[in-house]
Design a protein around this ligand. Structure first.
Ligand SMILES: NC(=O)c1ccc[n+]([C@@H]2O[C@H](COP(=O)([O-])OP(=O)(O)OC[C@H]3O[C@@H](n4cnc5c(N)ncnc54)[C@H](OP(=O)(O)O)[C@@H]3O)[C@@H](O)[C@H]2O)c1
Length: 267
């Protein structure tokens, strides 16, 4: 069988929310896809939807059911994505979750999983992808899904926000290292977005949070456009842009206090 002439993207956390919409956006721009998450039924349903939506010349979609928080998860996904000499032209590190918690009242296992998924898996996949992409030499992209929480320390989301701060800093530095090469690194920082995130994180947003909420499709569209333009940082939505700007210029104590007020203490 002849190799597909299309570029190919790996999207993690594609079974729901922003990841599923990033997959739809990439398919509409002619990318073949490797979709990864734990819930295989969701991935298979999305793969069918995308093949139907891209007829008469459907993009190729492969599904990999994998838990990226376990030690061999990222390597397993990468082996599947590059099997039989398959080339990857975009990695979207989107899988992640939050936990709205009182730090000392929460089991260590929760934070361990959060750090392994949001930080370790993202870093290992980026390492695997950049080596692979520098090796094949064709135009290639890494899109990291961070959060506006990565720009502001957030009480009761302390560990989650710090993982996203890592994603922002790591991506900015790596993007600089890779400038002038065939690989660009883009960091997408969404604010509150309508997905399964708040159910998983067990957070109830207040009035202001709900007012600023975006649908996941425009967030995905802005992220993919920024990635394809090789932009280093993308923040979707006016309110989110303003939040990131204020966090840069306001005194740190005020940023910490405002973020805490906005998210509220868990009951
Ligand atoms: N929604 C927001 O308000 C918001 C705001 C800022 C940033 N973000 C970030 O956006 C990204 C996407 O989140 P979302 O809002 O779309 O939430 P979501 O609807 O809960 O999607 C999270 C995705 O991550 C996958 N995932 C979770 N744990 C995994 C694991 N151990 N291994 C593999 N995949 C795993 C989930 O799939 P399975 O459960 O099937 O594994 C799902 O596809 C996250 O990084 C999140 O931190 C979200």
């Amino acid at each position: 069988m002849a190799a597909s002439p299309r570029p190919r993207a790996v999207v993690t956390g594609a079974s729901s929310g922003i990841g599923a919409d990033i997959a739809r956006e990439l398919a509409s721009r002619g990318f073949d896809l490797v979709l990864a998450a734990r819930r295989q039924d969701r991935l298979l349903a999305l793969a069918d939807e995308i093949r139907n939506a891209t007829r008469p010349d459907p993009v190729e979609v492969e599904c990999v059911a994998v838990d990226l928080s376990v030690p061999d998860g990222p390597a397993t996904l990468w082996e599947r994505a590059t099997a039989r000499g398959g080339k990857v032209h975009a990695l979207v590190n989107n899988a992640g979750f939050g936990a709205h918690t009182v730090f000392e009242r929460t089991e260590w296992a929760k934070y361990d999983e959060l750090l392994r998924l949001n930080v370790r898996a993202l870093t290992e996949l980026t390492w695997l992808a950049v080596r692979h992409m520098r090796g094949h030499g064709e135009r290639a992209y890494v899109l990291q899904v961070a959060s506006i929480g990565g720009h502001q320390p957030t009480a009761w989301f302390a560990v989650y926000a710090a993982t996203k701060s890592y994603v922002c800093d790591f991506s900015a530095a790596l993007g600089f290292e890779l400038q002038g090469t065939n690989v660009s690194v883009t960091c997408l920082s969404p604010g509150a977005t309508v997905t399964e995130f708040s159910d998983v994180a067990q957070v109830q947003l207040g009035f202001v949070g709900k007012l600023a909420m975006m649908a996941s499709r425009p967030v995905a569209r802005v992220g993919v456009r920024g990635m394809l333009a090789g932009r280093r940082e993308v923040v979707p939505g006016f309110v989110n842009k303003l939040a990131v700007l204020l966090a840069k210029f306001l005194p740190r104590w005020l940023v910490v206090r405002s973020a805490a007020r906005l998210m509220g203490r868990p009951s």
